[in-house]
Design a protein around this ligand. Structure first.
Ligand code: GLU
Length: 551
């Protein structure tokens, strides 16, 4: 009796690995192309860290002419939740991170290297496990969970490393004929890797992000196939990333310490190892200390949070690139209109320790992203958000689409577009004063600034209506009339003149236009007043100014 008999007995029906090696040929890609993947477990929660990984992985693949694929790692069936896969697929798509290959819903996939869901690849893993048994590199382990627990207690008491290795790897030393005998007798078992490692020796690893790291060799005989016939993460990782042709494993740095084991698996299986790029997690400041963004404590850890809050997906993507490479910000300054796809991401420029999540920064990016949208885009996106989150905004936008587009078009599409909207939930407050009904509904509170005297305000406004205001005026004429108005009341036509000789004036043109602005909008800070007046129209303007005078 030898290893071959043992292998045949355990897996009588699986195919030879040569079948899979042929079925999944090496990819023909341009030199330097990166093949990478996002490999989440479908737990029903899509973490921003997963999106971060996808943004990086997809970008690296795209910019090198490679492939980005989505593989679902569902070998831990206890953690499985309904719609877990669909949630992931939908989120990726929403954020513009749809993979080139992989699962497209719970059952279906695109690409030649599938299935891309581990529970559908059982016989593939078994073929490779059989191969390892034949080579004497894997063996059945009959230890019961109580035995393993007892072993662990002993190890802890003796302050030894825990795990199944060296003298502790009891089943490793059972002769083959005895193993066969036990299986024949119906004893339960799982399969373990027979590690060739010696922890006295070190391996040198070059991580694309973390740089050079040394580790002791792995000597743990880890489980490769569990009692349900499915592989463990480690074994599936080696088999899948080999067959799927992954060149770069881009993943969270909680896996960095598994590298010695993974490299060993690749070596014993006869596979070429991929490059590894271990990403530091996104952190959060909490009472002066740094911790990982937490699913339980931080709502912004869930990718679903952003759509709820009305932050555009494109802004989140751009923010994540910003965290990924610190030179992104400078690039953006130099290329304000470029698509983020044009930025060249470099893995080796990623920070080794975790970046802090900064909502202020994200919202600032979001303002910039939204400022680049056309009025129609803002309209549609804001309306889509409002349909689920704000009846009021929905009505405002839907009741008169044409007017809404004019309002949203104020200071848009020019060189310095308005940047006052960070999220769709800001829109209502940003535009509401442009609607007469809403404007007159609430008793407007006018907080005048420099010019405060009621009589003076009344006179300025009356004079403006009677002598200066003409809806036909172009911007230049309109402004020169406000200057004339200022002069009439003893205010400087130019701020500069005022600053040179303040004693000659009551104030300057800015103070006068503020009076008009406040009477028209009840706000001291608005986009361009000329544009606002054009959209409001003369009827509304006169009504608003007269209303202010009355009060
Ligand atoms: N399924 C693993 C996880 O959820 C993936 C790690 C990897 O990318 O290899 O963390």
């Amino acid at each position: 009796m030898d290893y071959k008999d043992l292998a045949n007995m355990i897996f009588p029906d699986v195919k030879d690995i040569s079948y899979y090696e042929e079925k999944y040929p090496r990819r023909e890609l341009p030199e330097g192309a990166i093949v990478t993947r996002f490999a989440p477990s479908p737990t029903g929660f899509v973490h921003i860290g997963g999106l971060y990984q996808s943004v990086i992985a997809k970008k690296m693949a795209n910019q090198t002419g490679g492939v980005f694929f989505l593989r679902i790692e569902d070998t831990d069936q206890k953690r499985e939740v309904e719609n877990g896969v669909t949630d992931i697929v939908t989120s990726l798509k929403e954020f513009g991170m749809a993979p080139d290959e992989g699962m497209i819903d719970d059952k279906n996939y695109i690409g030649n290297y599938g299935p891309y869901k581990q529970s559908l690849r059982k016989e593939i893993y078994q073929a490779y496990a059989k191969y390892l048994i034949e080579k004497g590199c894997a063996y059945p382990c009959f230890c019961k969970s109580e035995e393993l627990e007892e072993m662990r207690n002993k190890q802890e008491a003796a302050k030894e490393r825990t795990g199944y290795y060296g003298v502790w790897s009891k089943c490793r030393h059972i002769p083959v004929n005895e193993q066969i005998e036990k299986i024949k007798n119906g004893e339960e078992y799982i399969l373990r890797f027979k590690s060739p490692g010696n922890p006295e020796k070190k391996i040198k690893h070059h991580d694309v992000i973390k740089g050079n790291v040394d580790f002791p060799e792995n000597d743990q005989d880890i489980v490769i196939i569990k009692s349900d016939g499915l592989p463990t993460y480690h074994f599936a990782h080696a088999v899948d990333d080999h067959l799927m042709g992954t060149t770069h494993v881009i993943r969270g740095d909680e896996w960095l310490s598994s590298v010695p084991l993974h490299l060993q698996l690749f070596q014993v299986l006869g596979f070429k190892a991929p490059k590894y790029a271990h990403i530091a997690p996104i952190m959060k400041e909490d009472n002066g200390a740094k911790r990982k963004l937490s699913k339980r404590k931080d709502p912004e850890a869930a990718v679903s949070y952003y759509a709820e809050a009305g932050i555009p997906e494109a802004a989140v993507d751009e923010y994540l690139l910003n965290i990924a490479n610190s030179n992104f910000e400078q690039w953006r300054r130099q290329n304000p209109d470029a698509k983020m796809e044009e930025f060249e991401l470099q893995l080796n420029k990623m920070s080794v320790s975790g970046a802090l999540f900064d909502m202020v920064k994200l919202l600032d990016i979001s303002k910039r992203v939204i400022s680049k949208y056309t009025a129609v885009e803002v309209y549609e996106k804001a309306l889509a958000w409002a349909r689920n989150h704000s009846e009021e905004l929905k009505n405002l936008l839907e009741n008169d689409k044409e007017y809404a587009l004019k309002v949203l078009g104020i200071e848009r599409g020019n060189v310095k577009p308005r940047r006052d909207i960070a999220k769709w939930s800001d829109v209502k407050d940003n535009i509401i004063y442009m609607y007469d009904e809403e404007f007159f509904k609430n008793e407007q509170q006018y907080e005048f600034q420099k010019i405060n005297d009621k009589e003076e305000i009344r006179n300025i406004i009356n004079s403006y209506i009677e002598k200066y205001y003409n809806p036909e005026d172009d911007k230049e004429t309109w402004f020169s009339k406000i200057k004339d108005l200022s002069e009439e009341f003893g205010y400087a036509r130019e701020t500069k003149e005022y600053k040179q000789n303040p004693e000659n004036y009551k104030g300057h043109v800015g103070d006068v236009s503020t009076v008009i602005r406040i009477c028209l909008t009840a706000r001291s800070n608005t986009p361009d007043m000329y544009e606002i007046m054009n959209v409001l129209g003369s009827e509304s303007i006169i009504k608003r100014l007269q209303n202010a005078v009355k009060k």
